[in-house]
Every structure is written in C-alpha cells, then in structure tokens.
Design a protein around this ligand. Structure first.
Ligand SMILES: [Zn+2]
Length: 602
C-alpha cells in the first residue's frame, strides 16, 4: 500500500463528491438561479455573499474573497492539509484510497501531547461510565441520578460516569498506561502538589459529565458533587483541547436535529440541556458557563439561523438572555426567548411540571425578541407612575424603530397603543421622529453592523480597462480550451499586465495540455497558491456572455496589448516636458515623433 493518495483517486473523489452537499454540512445554502448562496463561514456577515456553483463545483465569497474547490473549502475551514481533506471526502463517498492511514484517521494532525490528552479523556470517559453503570462502587451515584429523574437511556447517551473517591486512582490508572504526568496535569486531569511535587486526582467521588467537542471527542469533564461538597460542579480548567468560548455542549449530538428542524434551543448549562433532552428536546445545546461568544455563533450558524434562548428565568438569567439575544440578533439570527414562571431554571421546571408542560408551555410559548424586550424594559418599573410609564413607552418605541419590517412595526405599535390606551397616530408620529433622530445621530458614525455586502463588486468597475479585459479573457479561457489557445496566439509572445493574471493563464495552458475539457474544480486542485486560487474562483463567478465574439476577443486583446504602450507614452511625454524645460528642442521634437508613432500603433 502506498503512503500518498494516487492522482486517479483524487480525480475520483472530485468527480464523486458534490460540493453543495459538503458545504451544506457547514453553511445553510439557498438556491438562487444557477448558484447557491449562504452566510460565509470564513467571515462574520448577516447578508449572504458566499456562493457555491454546482456546475463548476467551486465556491467563492464576494465579501472576503475566500474561494476554491471542495478540497480547499475543507482545508481552510477545518485547517487540515490537502491529504487530510482528501481522506475525509473519500470516507464520505466510500472511496477506498488504498493507502496506509495513520492512526488518527483523517483527523487533523495533532502533536503527541495533544493526542495523549485526547486519549486520556477518552479512556477515562469509558472508565467513569463503566464505574457508574456496572460496578458496586458506582451504585450509590447511579441511584442518586435515577432518583433525580435521569434515565438509563440518557445516562448512556451523555456517557455520564462516576469518579472514585480516591486521591490517586486516575494518576495511577493513567501512569500505568504510559501517560506522562506532566501532560495529564496540563490536560487538567490531575493536580500537582506544591510541597512535594506529587500528583493527585482532580475529580473524586463525583458524577462525571464528559464534555465533547464538535467531532464527538471527549475534551473535558464536569464533576457534580453527590452531597454537599462544594463546588457543586467542578469543571476541567481551560486546556489546549478545551476552550469554553468555543464549545457548545451537545453540539455533536444535536447538530442533525438542529439542521432538520432549522432551529436550536440554547441553554445556559449542560444540566438543562440533558433535562430537556429527556423531555424530547433533541436540538438543545448549551454554553459552558460563559456568555455567548462569536465563536459559538459561527459554530451555530453552520446548522441554523434560528434560536430559542432558554436561560434561567431569574434576574441574572434574564440579563444573560438579553445579552445573548442582542448578540444573536446582530449576527442576523431569528430569536425567541423562553421564560419559566417563578424564576425557575429549565431543569427545575421540568422536574416540577414534567416534560410535556416544558415543551408546550415554555418552549411552545416562547416570546418573540420584541415581545421579550417589552417585558425586559418594564422590569423594576412602576408603570402606574406617569414619568416611568412615559420613559418605558419611549424606550419601546425606540426598539420598534429598529425593526426593518413595516408590518412588524405596525403590530407592536398597535400593541403598545392598546395596552396604554394611546392613539395609534400619535405613536406612529413619535416612532417616526425617533427613527429620524436616531438616523441623524448615526450619521457620521462608522458603518452600521448590518450593512449588506453587495453581491457585485463595484470596485471592479473602477479598475482600469486592461485589468477588466484580462479578467474577461481568463473567464472565457477557463470555460473553453480553444479560446485559451487562441488568446495565447493573439498575445504573440506578450504577457498579461497583471502578474497574477499571467500566472493563472500559464497554469491554465499547462492544465489544458493534459486535460481536453475545461474543469474548474480540477484546475483548482492544480493551483497551490492560495491567492491565485481565490482569484480564479472570483473570476469563475463573474457573469460573462456564453459566446465570445471575434470582435469582443480582439477588443480585449487590444486593451491588454495597449496598456504597456500607454505607459510608454506617459513616460515619453514626461521626457519631452523635461527636454523642453531644458530648452533642448531638437530632443523634444524627436520624442514627439516617437509619441506620435506610439499613438498610431494603439
Ligand atoms: Zn467571506
């Protein structure tokens, strides 16, 4: 067996894999004409400028310039090598690569130390789970969980376990299997004693909840105390493999449901997420005790743009929901907020009222983002007092002004009018005043966050003629082998003026030597340079005429060939002026003749 993937295999993968299908795993795509569009996974945006062409099997983002074929997509998004991307794709479409795979099958190459951290977590997860469900030592913990409403099914599903009441069990267990203690300490599994440099276990006599990354690798634990031991939840520290701001609990299990339902339920803690799952909520995910970050949002965006926030309904929870809601709203998500009575958290609520009520009366009765704001801004206000009431109404009108749909604005203004017995006309008036006042205020400020990125790049229109001509020629050359050779002939040994363009056509002519048909995706496999690949993807996405007329072709070539002459003329004109300044009129006249000759040749 070979170590490298054979060329034919790469071709086979490319021909079998569908780029739309692969990218759909990460980006929600919508068909529009021949192409698909979605929110770019490589830069934050709220208006889609990321496009995928099924015909050409390539992608391109008009916003940030990312572009390439299915291999480069995986390479850039997952940070893997070409070889690793190929292995991953081959597995998807069941192509046997007939090569020796390293043990980390197709996964991102990781250092020995990181791999040891993953392995130790994996081993402990299995062991803790075994202790909980199969052994006498874990029996009290199992009973405790069952007594609190956990089912055997959810214990298995979330791989819940138990850590022994021992100071050095894990230390010995891992050392015996040749794990270096320094690495296990860095992984947060054991702790070094200051006084004598010996080690002890971090988790003792606790119910162990493994934390998984998006690929289902165990990367940390949260240990819940069984009795009154503090803290109630003890978490792994942040390590090289565990970064709270990037992890959404249960994402690896919930992702298929989130995609199917096009909706996620976001919880504040993993206990709520598990309780909800027991109530039949399969699309639940949770942050790990941190506020929602940009990283969480981009992970979430890969499967849905619609979220119900179901945080604790106490004061802190409501504040956190308001912050998370604003963050998601700015990122272009559809948001709902679920609220529970008496300031409960989801786990408590389910225990007290049962799964059905939770699904119907909490999730089912979630508030729209605006309706939540109605509630949020009235907390702590006495609306019987005129001053407080007016201040409240003004804040709400301000919020209504931010809505982009006239129907929505109208709906909430009516609601406000009804509640406070106000005239709708007056509210409308006030809303418009506020709207324009805010607009004046924001003028001169930096661009608004949600400014849409135009699908066409106006910048290109300002580019010089030869630049555009070269791009148009390349676009046609990419589509038609004969035109490529024709352009080469017409250039008659001259090159394109833009170095990158010249590089692209050099590669392209090389490609056509052993490929009789144009193939955008195959050609991109050929290009090693990131920048060139992006440029090609960009040119591929240009809209050009199907046919290239002879007239058009000659015009483009002319633009290309004329550019160096125009530069030369400028240079000569400067020289001529200089000669005149020095009163060397003979020289100036000679230069003048040259200029005329050059002009004629244009
Ligand atoms: Zn982008």
């Amino acid at each position: 067996m070979a170590d490298r993937i054979a060329e034919e295999k790469i071709d086979q993968i490319r021909q079998t894999v569908d780029i739309v299908e692969i990218i759909s795993d990460y980006v929600q795509l919508k068909k529009q004409g021949r192409n698909y569009f979605g929110l770019c996974p490589f830069h934050g945006e709220s208006t889609p400028s990321f496009s995928v062409s099924p015909d050409k099997q390539i992608f391109h983002c008009f916003g940030c310039g990312a572009g390439g074929n299915v291999f480069s997509f995986l390479m850039e998004l997952e940070g893997v090598t070409f070889q690793e991307a190929a292995i991953k794709l081959a597995q998807k479409v069941n192509i046997d690569l007939e090569i020796n795979l390293s043990p980390a099958l197709g996964e991102k190459k990781v250092s020995k130390e990181l791999q040891a951290m993953y392995d130790a977590h994996e081993l402990l997860r299995k062991f803790y789970h075994h202790l909980l469900v199969n052994t006498k030592e874990g029996q009290h913990a199992l009973e405790y969980l069952l007594g609190r409403g956990f089912t055997r099914e959810s214990i298995d599903k979330f791989q819940i376990g138990y850590s022994l009441n021992s100071w050095d069990f894990v230390y010995k267990f891992l050392s015996k299997r040749d794990f270096l203690p320094e690495w296990m300490e860095k992984a947060g599994l054991i702790i070094k004693r200051e006084r004598d440099g010996t080690y002890f276990d971090r988790f003792r006599d606790r119910i162990m909840f493994p934390i998984f990354d998006r690929n289902g690798n165990t990367i940390a634990f949260s240990g819940r105390s069984l009795g009154l031991d503090e803290p109630k939840y003890l978490n792994s520290p942040e390590t090289a493999i565990f970064n709270k701001s990037k992890i959404l609990y249960n994402y690896h299990l919930a992702k298929p449901s989130i995609k199917k339902m096009q909706h996620a339920i976001l919880f504040e803690g993993f206990a709520d997420c598990i309780a909800a799952q027991r109530s039949g909520v399969e699309n639940g995910i949770a942050t790990m005790g941190t506020s929602l970050t940009d990283e969480h949002i981009s992970l979430l965006r890969q499967s849905s743009q619609s979220v119900t926030i179901c945080y604790d309904s106490d004061k802190a929870g409501i504040e956190a929901a308001f912050r998370a809601g604003n963050h998601l709203n700015d990122a272009g998500f559809q948001i709902k907020i679920a609220i529970m009575s008496d300031g409960m958290d989801p786990d408590e609520y389910i225990k007290k009222n049962g799964p059905e009520k939770f699904r119907n009366e909490v999730l089912g009765a979630s508030l729209t983002w605006m309706a939540f704001k109605f509630l949020y801004f009235r907390r702590g206000k006495n609306l019987q007092i005129e001053g407080e009431r007016l201040a409240y109404i003004e804040v709400i009108i301000k919020e209504i002004s931010k809505l982009t749909k006239a129907v929505e604005r109208d709906h909430y203004l009516r609601q406000l009018a009804a509640e406070f017995s106000l005239s709708l006309d007056a509210l409308n008036q006030q809303q418009k005043q506020i709207f324009f006042a805010e607009k004046r205020l924001s003028k001169g400020k930096s661009e608004p966050k949600n400014k849409p990125i135009l699908l066409t790049q106006p910048a290109n229109k300002l580019k010089p003629a030869h630049y555009t001509a070269e791009r148009c020629l390349i676009a046609h050359m990419l589509k038609n082998r004969e035109i490529a050779y024709k352009v080469q002939d017409l250039l008659a040994g001259n090159s394109f003026n833009i170095d990158e363009h010249q590089a692209i056509i050099t590669y392209l002519l090389g490609f056509y030597e052993d490929h009789l048909e144009p193939d955008s995706s195959a050609f991109l496999t050929y290009i090693q340079d990131d920048n060139l690949r992006r440029m090609i993807a960009n040119i591929e996405m240009m809209s050009i005429n199907e046919e290239l007329s002879n007239q058009e072709l000659t015009d483009y070539i002319k633009q290309v060939l004329n550019y160096p002459k125009l530069l030369m003329i400028k240079e000569k004109e400067a020289e001529q002026k200089e000669a005149e300044r020095q009163s060397d009129f003979t020289k100036a006249a000679a230069i003048g003749i040259e200029i005329i000759r050059l002009r004629k040749s244009l």
